[in-house]
Design a protein around this ligand. Structure first.
Ligand code: 5AD
Ligand code: SF4
Length: 455
């Protein structure tokens, strides 16, 4: 469905007199961050200017229900905005995204947060301009649940904050129903964007000077499964590789069960696909993986990871959940075993937490919270012991990277990420920013590397 904003001109006119500002509060994953850039695009097209957290007129909460504490964060922040509503300040509040797809949240908003003006689910961008216009100009507010979560919206304007790196969604939704995960319930079924729409987006980005793209999807290697004609994720990568100007292509996340040899071949032969693969493990124990409905075994995962590691200079990152319902000590030790064998460059670690509506939420769980925390700490320790060794392998070698800007911690140094997604700091000049340069690695410092530009 093509995105049409028929409220753009009317709202712009209104804003010429009222000069309203907006602020977007984003929770959660990169898909949500990408959605927020689209909300910014819609709002700027309607004449709203970017404002700040304390004084903005239009607030958009782009919510998440995967991250723990997201609910408390949202309701805490809403509580703070209530005062501005009571003081009759000109402020409008919209809640969008994953959380609003959950009935108990919607009920809570309706009951206790009646000052909220707009509540929309995921994939509701086409409805947003109308709702916003109605709220602001016609003084109509509506809290309702609109289920268009299986919608696929094209041509939504987007405002990137970064000048050289951009994310591009290629597939929405998920069909996998991992038992702990709420995503399939709130983001609907898999919908792949047409290859030509993605390729045109990337060509436009290249023309605008973008050098690096991140392809996004809950499961990128399901891309194309919903097409009649065969067109797969590896085929898309090959086509995007041809776009001149784009130098680095990243993607996240692939599912290990769908990671086939054709994809490995494309990565291996590509000059642009980053030497970094995010391969969510979740657990290293086959029994737990089965209970999670991940559809691979410990051995299959290790085989795949080690096959990927044969690609020169590749780095692997992963997601791991500790303390899945009734996970035993032995089962957890399998996770540590995989971590030891694979040697990940980056691990996003989570303590299992219940998501209402999922299958795992109904599973019995006797593992205490303290045990779960202890497992997380042990996993962290093992990871931090491995990392220096992996980093040290990079010392003395040269890597291509995009100079992103000044380092936040040291004003005299500049920073960028290698294809392996390792942060490197080095001496450079403002002229180098936005350029792809070669950097030789001099030393490792756990979370970053130091290097020097090879001129
Ligand atoms: N509890 C803990 N971690 C979870 N994740 C998803 N759902 C849950 C949950 N209920 C983690 C998974 C996923 C990442 C984005 O969040 O590791 O890959
Ligand atoms: Fe959630 Fe599994 Fe889908 Fe990832 S693949 S979004 S973990 S259901």
């Amino acid at each position: 469905m093509k995105f049409v904003n028929s409220y753009k001109d009317k709202m712009r006119k209104y804003n010429e007199e009222h000069n309203l500002t907006y602020y977007i509060d984003t929770m959660g994953c990169q898909m949500n961050e990408n959605d927020s850039l689209k909300y910014a695009g819609i709002l700027e097209g309607m004449g709203f200017k970017k404002g700040n957290e304390d004084t903005a007129n239009v607030y958009v909460f782009n919510t998440c229900c995967v991250r723990e504490n997201a609910e408390n964060t949202l309701f805490g922040r809403l509580g703070m905005l209530k005062r501005r509503k009571i003081n009759n300040e000109e402020i409008y509040i919209a809640i969008v995204g994953c959380m609003t797809q959950q009935e108990h949240i919607l009920e809570k908003i309706k009951k206790s947060y009646r000052f909220v003006d707009i509540v929309l689910g995921t994939s509701c961008m086409s409805i947003f301009p109308e709702k916003l216009y109605d709220t602001i100009v016609n003084d109509k507010k509506k809290i309702e649940y609109i289920d268009v979560s299986n919608n696929l919206e094209e041509d939504v304007p987007i405002v990137y904050e970064d000048k050289y790196k951009a994310s591009v969604s290629i597939i929405y939704g998920c069909n996998n129903f991992c038992t702990y995960c709420i995503v399939p319930y709130v983001r609907g079924r898999e919908r792949s964007r047409k290859p030509e729409d993605i390729i045109n987006d990337v060509k436009r980005l290249a023309k605008e000077g973008y050098k690096e793209i991140m392809l996004l999807g809950q499961n990128v290697n399901s891309y194309g499964n919903d097409f009649e004609e065969k067109y797969t994720f590896p085929m898309l990568l090959k086509d995007l590789e041809k776009v001149e100007g784009i130098e680095i292509i990243r993607f996240m996340s692939p599912h290990p069960k769908d990671f086939k040899d054709d994809l490995i071949e494309v990565i291996k032969n590509s000059k642009k696909v980053a030497r970094q693969i995010h391969l969510p493990l979740q657990s290293g124990n086959t029994e737990i993986l089965k209970k999670m409905n991940r559809r691979y075994t410990k051995e299959e995962y290790i085989d795949l990871a080690l096959k990927l590691k044969e690609i020169p200079d590749i780095s692997l990152s992963t997601d791991i959940i500790v303390g899945f319902p009734n996970e035993t000590e032995e089962q957890f030790l399998d996770t540590l075993d995989v971590v030891r064998k694979v040697e990940f460059d980056q691990i996003y670690m989570f303590i299992y937490s219940k998501r209402t509506g999922t299958i795992a939420a109904k599973m019995e769980d006797e593992v205490t919270y303290d045990e779960k925390v202890d497992r997380l700490e042990r996993l962290k320790k093992l990871y931090e012991e491995t990392l220096p060794k992996l980093n040290a392998k990079m010392i003395g070698k040269e890597y291509k990277l995009l100079v992103e800007g000044k380092s936040k911690n040291n004003n005299k140094l500049y920073t960028g990420r290698t294809s392996q997604n390792k942060v490197v700091v080095f001496e450079a000049t403002n002229n180098d920013v936005g350029k792809v340069v070669n950097v030789k690695i001099d030393s490792e410092h756990l979370w970053y590397l130091k290097g020097s530009i090879v001129r």
